[in-house]
Write a new protein. Structure first.
Length: 337
Protein backbone atom coordinates (compact mmCIF):
# COMPACT_ATOMS: atom_id res chain seq x y z
CA UNK A 1 0.00 0.00 0.00
CA UNK A 2 1.33 3.45 -0.95
CA UNK A 3 1.25 5.78 2.02
CA UNK A 4 0.58 9.46 1.59
CA UNK A 5 3.38 11.86 2.46
CA UNK A 6 3.24 13.33 5.95
CA UNK A 7 1.89 16.87 6.15
CA UNK A 8 4.32 19.76 5.98
CA UNK A 9 4.68 20.99 9.54
CA UNK A 10 6.25 24.01 11.16
CA UNK A 11 8.89 21.87 12.85
CA UNK A 12 10.00 20.37 9.51
CA UNK A 13 10.43 23.85 8.10
CA UNK A 14 12.52 25.28 10.90
CA UNK A 15 9.70 27.08 12.69
CA UNK A 16 9.13 26.66 16.41
CA UNK A 17 5.46 26.01 17.29
CA UNK A 18 4.14 29.31 18.59
CA UNK A 19 2.95 27.77 21.86
CA UNK A 20 6.53 26.68 22.58
CA UNK A 21 7.65 30.31 22.58
CA UNK A 22 5.35 31.19 25.46
CA UNK A 23 6.25 30.96 29.11
CA UNK A 24 2.65 30.00 29.90
CA UNK A 25 -0.41 28.93 27.86
CA UNK A 26 -2.08 31.79 25.98
CA UNK A 27 -5.39 32.25 27.78
CA UNK A 28 -8.48 34.37 27.42
CA UNK A 29 -9.24 37.41 29.53
CA UNK A 30 -12.81 38.71 30.08
CA UNK A 31 -14.33 39.39 26.68
CA UNK A 32 -14.90 43.06 25.86
CA UNK A 33 -14.90 43.05 22.03
CA UNK A 34 -16.98 41.22 19.44
CA UNK A 35 -15.48 41.31 15.97
CA UNK A 36 -18.10 40.17 13.49
CA UNK A 37 -17.29 39.25 9.90
CA UNK A 38 -20.54 39.89 8.07
CA UNK A 39 -19.53 38.10 4.89
CA UNK A 40 -17.22 37.91 1.91
CA UNK A 41 -19.09 40.28 -0.43
CA UNK A 42 -16.95 43.26 -1.41
CA UNK A 43 -16.70 45.72 -4.28
CA UNK A 44 -12.89 45.27 -4.31
CA UNK A 45 -10.54 42.28 -4.53
CA UNK A 46 -7.32 43.56 -2.89
CA UNK A 47 -4.09 41.58 -3.29
CA UNK A 48 -3.38 41.63 0.46
CA UNK A 49 -6.91 40.60 1.54
CA UNK A 50 -6.65 37.71 4.00
CA UNK A 51 -10.45 37.27 3.78
CA UNK A 52 -10.22 36.65 0.02
CA UNK A 53 -13.28 38.87 -0.40
CA UNK A 54 -14.48 40.19 -3.75
CA UNK A 55 -17.40 41.12 -6.02
CA UNK A 56 -18.07 37.48 -6.92
CA UNK A 57 -18.33 36.25 -3.32
CA UNK A 58 -21.87 35.71 -2.04
CA UNK A 59 -21.38 34.44 1.54
CA UNK A 60 -23.01 36.68 4.13
CA UNK A 61 -24.67 36.73 7.54
CA UNK A 62 -27.99 34.90 7.90
CA UNK A 63 -31.05 36.48 9.57
CA UNK A 64 -30.93 33.78 12.28
CA UNK A 65 -27.33 34.50 13.25
CA UNK A 66 -27.97 38.24 13.04
CA UNK A 67 -30.81 37.90 15.58
CA UNK A 68 -28.57 35.85 17.88
CA UNK A 69 -25.85 38.49 17.71
CA UNK A 70 -28.30 41.27 18.51
CA UNK A 71 -29.44 39.28 21.55
CA UNK A 72 -25.83 38.89 22.71
CA UNK A 73 -25.12 42.60 22.22
CA UNK A 74 -28.16 43.50 24.31
CA UNK A 75 -27.61 40.90 27.04
CA UNK A 76 -23.93 41.38 27.92
CA UNK A 77 -22.93 44.77 29.36
CA UNK A 78 -19.29 43.66 29.43
CA UNK A 79 -19.14 44.13 25.64
CA UNK A 80 -17.62 47.55 25.07
CA UNK A 81 -16.91 47.36 21.34
CA UNK A 82 -18.65 45.80 18.34
CA UNK A 83 -16.20 45.65 15.42
CA UNK A 84 -17.84 45.07 12.02
CA UNK A 85 -15.75 43.77 9.16
CA UNK A 86 -16.05 41.79 5.95
CA UNK A 87 -15.65 41.86 2.91
CA UNK A 88 -17.12 45.27 2.78
CA UNK A 89 -19.26 45.01 5.92
CA UNK A 90 -21.68 47.63 4.58
CA UNK A 91 -22.60 45.36 1.63
CA UNK A 92 -23.50 42.32 3.71
CA UNK A 93 -26.76 41.40 5.43
CA UNK A 94 -27.16 42.62 9.00
CA UNK A 95 -24.89 45.65 8.89
CA UNK A 96 -27.44 48.31 9.79
CA UNK A 97 -29.46 46.20 12.27
CA UNK A 98 -26.26 45.36 14.16
CA UNK A 99 -25.07 48.98 14.09
CA UNK A 100 -28.34 50.25 15.49
CA UNK A 101 -28.70 47.54 18.13
CA UNK A 102 -25.14 48.12 19.34
CA UNK A 103 -25.48 51.89 19.46
CA UNK A 104 -28.79 51.62 21.32
CA UNK A 105 -26.98 49.42 23.84
CA UNK A 106 -24.28 52.05 24.29
CA UNK A 107 -21.47 50.13 22.56
CA UNK A 108 -18.67 51.65 20.53
CA UNK A 109 -19.14 50.45 16.94
CA UNK A 110 -16.20 50.16 14.56
CA UNK A 111 -16.81 49.83 10.84
CA UNK A 112 -13.81 48.64 8.83
CA UNK A 113 -14.50 50.39 5.56
CA UNK A 114 -12.69 50.34 2.23
CA UNK A 115 -14.06 53.89 1.60
CA UNK A 116 -14.76 53.22 -2.09
CA UNK A 117 -18.08 51.65 -1.10
CA UNK A 118 -19.43 55.22 -0.71
CA UNK A 119 -19.59 55.50 -4.48
CA UNK A 120 -21.36 52.24 -5.24
CA UNK A 121 -25.06 52.47 -6.22
CA UNK A 122 -27.28 52.16 -3.16
CA UNK A 123 -24.55 53.04 -0.66
CA UNK A 124 -24.20 56.76 -1.27
CA UNK A 125 -25.76 57.62 2.11
CA UNK A 126 -23.13 55.74 4.12
CA UNK A 127 -21.03 58.78 5.18
CA UNK A 128 -24.09 60.47 6.68
CA UNK A 129 -25.21 57.18 8.23
CA UNK A 130 -21.80 56.72 9.84
CA UNK A 131 -21.93 60.23 11.30
CA UNK A 132 -25.54 59.89 12.46
CA UNK A 133 -24.70 56.79 14.49
CA UNK A 134 -21.24 58.04 15.52
CA UNK A 135 -19.46 55.03 14.06
CA UNK A 136 -15.72 54.84 14.48
CA UNK A 137 -14.36 54.46 10.95
CA UNK A 138 -11.22 52.37 10.46
CA UNK A 139 -10.36 52.77 6.80
CA UNK A 140 -7.90 50.85 4.63
CA UNK A 141 -5.25 53.19 3.21
CA UNK A 142 -2.17 51.04 2.60
CA UNK A 143 -0.04 54.03 1.57
CA UNK A 144 -0.37 57.79 1.26
CA UNK A 145 0.94 57.60 -2.32
CA UNK A 146 -1.38 56.86 -5.24
CA UNK A 147 0.75 54.35 -7.13
CA UNK A 148 1.24 52.03 -4.15
CA UNK A 149 -2.47 52.05 -3.23
CA UNK A 150 -3.69 51.32 -6.76
CA UNK A 151 -1.19 48.46 -7.14
CA UNK A 152 -2.57 46.75 -4.04
CA UNK A 153 -6.24 47.59 -4.36
CA UNK A 154 -7.02 48.38 -8.00
CA UNK A 155 -6.91 51.29 -10.44
CA UNK A 156 -8.72 54.39 -9.22
CA UNK A 157 -9.05 53.23 -5.61
CA UNK A 158 -6.72 55.94 -4.32
CA UNK A 159 -8.67 58.83 -5.85
CA UNK A 160 -11.97 57.38 -4.61
CA UNK A 161 -10.50 56.94 -1.12
CA UNK A 162 -9.32 60.57 -1.08
CA UNK A 163 -12.80 61.79 -2.02
CA UNK A 164 -14.33 59.57 0.67
CA UNK A 165 -11.97 60.89 3.35
CA UNK A 166 -12.73 64.46 2.34
CA UNK A 167 -16.45 63.71 2.65
CA UNK A 168 -15.97 62.27 6.14
CA UNK A 169 -13.98 65.35 7.13
CA UNK A 170 -16.82 67.57 5.87
CA UNK A 171 -19.16 65.71 8.23
CA UNK A 172 -16.86 66.35 11.19
CA UNK A 173 -14.79 63.18 11.26
CA UNK A 174 -11.51 63.63 13.18
CA UNK A 175 -12.46 67.15 14.32
CA UNK A 176 -15.61 66.20 16.29
CA UNK A 177 -14.44 64.09 19.27
CA UNK A 178 -17.43 61.78 18.74
CA UNK A 179 -16.45 61.04 15.14
CA UNK A 180 -13.16 59.16 15.02
CA UNK A 181 -11.42 58.38 11.76
CA UNK A 182 -8.43 56.01 11.70
CA UNK A 183 -6.43 54.73 8.74
CA UNK A 184 -4.75 51.35 8.24
CA UNK A 185 -1.34 50.79 6.65
CA UNK A 186 -0.57 47.39 5.08
CA UNK A 187 2.88 46.82 3.55
CA UNK A 188 3.11 45.40 0.06
CA UNK A 189 3.17 41.61 -0.13
CA UNK A 190 6.81 40.36 -0.06
CA UNK A 191 8.09 39.43 -3.52
CA UNK A 192 11.59 38.30 -2.51
CA UNK A 193 13.29 37.05 0.64
CA UNK A 194 14.24 40.64 1.52
CA UNK A 195 11.51 40.72 4.16
CA UNK A 196 10.99 43.73 6.41
CA UNK A 197 8.90 44.60 9.43
CA UNK A 198 6.23 47.29 9.30
CA UNK A 199 7.61 50.81 9.79
CA UNK A 200 7.47 52.61 13.13
CA UNK A 201 3.79 53.45 13.63
CA UNK A 202 4.27 56.91 15.16
CA UNK A 203 6.73 58.09 12.52
CA UNK A 204 4.62 56.75 9.66
CA UNK A 205 1.53 58.40 11.17
CA UNK A 206 3.35 61.74 11.05
CA UNK A 207 4.26 61.16 7.41
CA UNK A 208 0.66 60.24 6.50
CA UNK A 209 -0.76 63.26 8.31
CA UNK A 210 1.66 65.71 6.74
CA UNK A 211 1.17 64.40 3.20
CA UNK A 212 -2.62 64.03 3.26
CA UNK A 213 -3.19 67.43 4.85
CA UNK A 214 -0.71 69.25 2.62
CA UNK A 215 -2.03 67.72 -0.61
CA UNK A 216 -5.73 67.18 0.08
CA UNK A 217 -6.63 68.99 3.32
CA UNK A 218 -7.42 65.61 4.93
CA UNK A 219 -7.12 65.09 8.68
CA UNK A 220 -7.54 61.87 10.66
CA UNK A 221 -7.00 60.58 14.21
CA UNK A 222 -4.67 57.57 14.16
CA UNK A 223 -2.73 55.36 11.78
CA UNK A 224 -2.61 51.62 12.48
CA UNK A 225 0.28 49.61 11.04
CA UNK A 226 -0.72 46.00 10.40
CA UNK A 227 1.64 43.20 9.37
CA UNK A 228 0.65 41.05 6.39
CA UNK A 229 0.02 37.65 7.96
CA UNK A 230 0.75 34.64 5.75
CA UNK A 231 -2.88 33.67 5.25
CA UNK A 232 -5.48 34.18 2.53
CA UNK A 233 -4.23 35.76 -0.68
CA UNK A 234 -0.89 36.61 0.92
CA UNK A 235 -0.37 32.93 1.77
CA UNK A 236 -1.28 31.87 -1.77
CA UNK A 237 1.16 34.34 -3.28
CA UNK A 238 4.00 33.44 -0.91
CA UNK A 239 3.46 29.72 -1.49
CA UNK A 240 3.54 30.18 -5.26
CA UNK A 241 6.91 31.95 -4.92
CA UNK A 242 8.26 29.39 -2.39
CA UNK A 243 8.39 32.19 0.18
CA UNK A 244 5.80 30.97 2.68
CA UNK A 245 8.08 29.21 5.17
CA UNK A 246 10.96 31.69 4.78
CA UNK A 247 8.50 34.47 5.63
CA UNK A 248 7.20 32.61 8.69
CA UNK A 249 10.80 32.00 9.76
CA UNK A 250 11.47 35.74 9.41
CA UNK A 251 8.46 36.54 11.59
CA UNK A 252 9.60 34.05 14.23
CA UNK A 253 13.11 35.50 14.20
CA UNK A 254 11.59 38.88 15.07
CA UNK A 255 9.24 37.56 17.78
CA UNK A 256 8.84 40.08 20.60
CA UNK A 257 7.63 38.51 23.84
CA UNK A 258 6.54 41.88 25.24
CA UNK A 259 3.64 41.94 22.77
CA UNK A 260 1.92 38.89 24.31
CA UNK A 261 -0.03 40.75 26.98
CA UNK A 262 -1.62 43.05 24.38
CA UNK A 263 -2.62 40.50 21.75
CA UNK A 264 -6.12 41.21 20.45
CA UNK A 265 -7.14 37.55 20.80
CA UNK A 266 -6.93 37.87 24.59
CA UNK A 267 -10.17 39.83 25.10
CA UNK A 268 -12.12 39.45 21.87
CA UNK A 269 -14.27 36.90 20.08
CA UNK A 270 -14.19 36.71 16.29
CA UNK A 271 -17.50 35.57 14.79
CA UNK A 272 -18.15 34.52 11.21
CA UNK A 273 -21.31 34.88 9.14
CA UNK A 274 -22.37 31.33 10.11
CA UNK A 275 -22.19 32.03 13.84
CA UNK A 276 -18.97 30.11 14.45
CA UNK A 277 -16.52 31.60 16.95
CA UNK A 278 -12.76 32.00 16.69
CA UNK A 279 -10.08 33.58 18.85
CA UNK A 280 -9.22 36.08 16.13
CA UNK A 281 -10.00 37.05 12.56
CA UNK A 282 -6.89 35.24 11.32
CA UNK A 283 -7.90 31.94 12.90
CA UNK A 284 -11.31 32.45 11.34
CA UNK A 285 -9.81 32.67 7.85
CA UNK A 286 -7.65 29.60 8.49
CA UNK A 287 -10.63 27.60 9.86
CA UNK A 288 -9.19 27.19 13.36
CA UNK A 289 -12.26 27.43 15.64
CA UNK A 290 -12.28 28.30 19.32
CA UNK A 291 -12.87 25.21 21.41
CA UNK A 292 -14.50 24.60 24.75
CA UNK A 293 -12.49 22.62 27.33
CA UNK A 294 -14.28 19.45 26.14
CA UNK A 295 -13.11 20.05 22.55
CA UNK A 296 -16.45 21.29 21.17
CA UNK A 297 -16.16 24.06 18.58
CA UNK A 298 -17.84 27.16 19.98
CA UNK A 299 -20.81 28.92 18.33
CA UNK A 300 -22.97 31.94 19.10
CA UNK A 301 -25.76 29.56 20.11
CA UNK A 302 -23.45 28.04 22.76
CA UNK A 303 -22.85 31.47 24.28
CA UNK A 304 -26.56 32.15 24.55
CA UNK A 305 -27.16 28.74 26.08
CA UNK A 306 -24.33 29.22 28.58
CA UNK A 307 -25.37 32.75 29.46
CA UNK A 308 -21.71 33.76 29.41
CA UNK A 309 -19.10 35.11 27.01
CA UNK A 310 -16.23 33.82 29.12
CA UNK A 311 -16.38 30.11 28.37
CA UNK A 312 -13.00 29.72 26.66
CA UNK A 313 -9.74 28.90 28.40
CA UNK A 314 -6.82 28.45 26.02
CA UNK A 315 -6.38 30.32 22.73
CA UNK A 316 -5.72 28.29 19.58
CA UNK A 317 -2.32 29.19 18.08
CA UNK A 318 -0.58 28.50 14.79
CA UNK A 319 2.76 29.51 13.18
CA UNK A 320 1.19 32.61 11.58
CA UNK A 321 0.66 33.99 15.10
CA UNK A 322 4.25 35.22 14.83
CA UNK A 323 2.87 37.90 12.52
CA UNK A 324 1.14 39.46 15.52
CA UNK A 325 4.23 39.36 17.75
CA UNK A 326 7.00 40.33 15.33
CA UNK A 327 8.71 43.66 15.98
CA UNK A 328 6.31 46.12 17.57
CA UNK A 329 3.46 43.64 17.18
CA UNK A 330 0.36 43.84 15.05
CA UNK A 331 -3.38 43.82 15.65
CA UNK A 332 -6.57 45.24 14.21
CA UNK A 333 -5.69 48.27 16.34
CA UNK A 334 -2.15 48.56 15.03
CA UNK A 335 1.16 48.15 16.87
CA UNK A 336 1.07 46.51 20.31
CA UNK A 337 4.17 48.02 21.96
Amino acid sequence: MVQSAPPITAQRNGVTPFSNKLQAPLTKQPITTLQINLGRRCNLACTHCHVEAGPKRTEELSPEVCDQLIEIIRCFPQIKTVDLTGGAPEMNYGFRPLVEAARQAGKTVIVRSNLTIFFEPGFEDLPEYFAQHQLRVVASMPCYLEDNVDKQRGAGVYSSSIRALQKLNELGYSTDPALQLDLVFNPQVPRTEKFSLTPDQQQLQQDYKAYLEDHFGIVFNHLFTITNLPIGRVKQYLAAKSLYWPYVQFLEANHNGSTIGNLMCRDQLSIDYLGNIYDCDFNQMEHVPSKLPNGTALTVAHLLEAGSLDVLEEIQTRPYCYGCTAGSGSSCGGALV
